[in-house]
Write a protein of this length. Structure first.
Ligand code: 13P
Ligand code: SF4
Length: 310
């Protein structure tokens, strides 16, 4: 049954000159058929580089919008238009306009997990893999409004030591729910393991407080975790992020052990995408994600800056 579905998807991709771009949190069968698998920054870069006419975004809505902004000539499809993001929903354009009024000279840095309308009101976008670099590229005397993720923002403040960053109080419900105690208990079960933590996690500060003799902690994006695990001499890793990433970590490193810091860390939005919905997306050309030209023109500037910062 699944083989037939995969064959159908392959044939439809050829017919429509389409590629499938999947995020590292997608369910296993989708990761396995993706033409490209990566973190938010890598997906944006790949969308821009691809020669295909149709991009099927196996991920969440803001990722499809990002691809549409960067590639206006390509048809961008999301297999389920309800695949949203609890973090992106924590700020509305009206709220951002009010915040900007309080700090009229501030530079607005928006995490890529935001709507196109928020990006259009921003100066820079960033992802978890380049947030520190993006902030460091900004004049240190300028105030910065960093949104919407409080934990990523706090990590950027900690790493850049900048005093003039104001951080929005948003969170991803999946990462925020990875509790300190559960993470610490998991680490204690695996002496000698390294701890890999996504900066959206509420447990980041606690992870950094773990003495290195108990576990080395690294704060990394999903692609950052993948490249770190490839080269680290450690054999066991406790991973604090959405559990979909474990599939790729295990596949790429069959001799190493990867344990979820919290087994329940599953993003319901990423898991709304299925092979059937991808087949239907290709078969019926649904659901088209197209950002209006007025919003696109403004949102392209911060996104181009994000893609340019390595
Ligand atoms: P990255 O893949 O950029 O690390 O982001 C994680 C995430 O939560 C995407 O929604
Ligand atoms: Fe959004 Fe969190 Fe899901 Fe990522 S894991 S898509 S931030 S809800």
């Amino acid at each position: 049954m699944q083989d037939t579905l995969i064959e159908e998807i392959r044939a439809l991709k050829i017919k429509h000159n389409a590629v499938i771009l999947a995020h590292n949190y997608e369910p296993e069968p989708i990761q396995d058929i993706a033409d490209f698998l990566g973190d938010s920054l890598a997906l944006a870069r790949w969308a821009k580089k691809s020669k295909a006419e149709v991009l099927v975004l196996a991920g969440v809505y803001f990722m499809a919008e990002t691809a549409s902004i960067l590639c206006p000539d390509k048809e961008v499809l999301i297999p389920d238009p309800d695949a949203g993001c609890s973090l992106a929903d924590t700020i509305t354009p009206e709220q951002l306009i009010l915040w900007k009024k309080q700090y009229p000279h501030a530079v607005v840095v928006s995490y890529v997990n935001t709507s196109a309308a928020i990006k259009a009101l921003s100066d820079y976008c960033c992802t978890s893999s380049n947030a520190i670099k993006v902030v460091e590229s900004i004049d240190p005397d300028r105030d910065i409004l960093f949104l919407p993720d409080f934990f990523l923002g706090s990590h950027v403040v900690r790493m850049t030591k900048r005093k003039n960053i104001h951080v929005w109080n948003g969170e991803c419900h999946v990462h925020a729910a990875i509790e300190n105690e559960v993470m610490v208990n998991t680490v204690r079960h695996y002496p000698g393991a390294e701890l890999l933590v996504h900066p959206e996690c509420g447990c980041t500060t606690r992870a950094l407080a773990i003495p290195p003799k108990e576990a080395e902690s690294r704060i990394l994006s999903t692609d950052g975790m993948l490249s770190y695990a490839r080269t680290s001499p450690a054999s066991t890793f406790v991973v604090a992020t959405e559990v979909g990433l474990l599939h790729r970590l295990r596949k790429e490193n069959p001799d190493k052990t990867f344990v979820a810091a919290h087994d329940d860390a599953l993003c319901p939005f990423m898991n709304m995408i299925s092979l059937e919905k991808i087949r239907d997306a290709l078969r019926y050309g649904q659901y088209v994600v197209k950002v209006s030209p007025a919003v696109r023109t403004k949102a392209l500037i911060p996104l181009e800056r994000m893609v340019a910062v390595g």
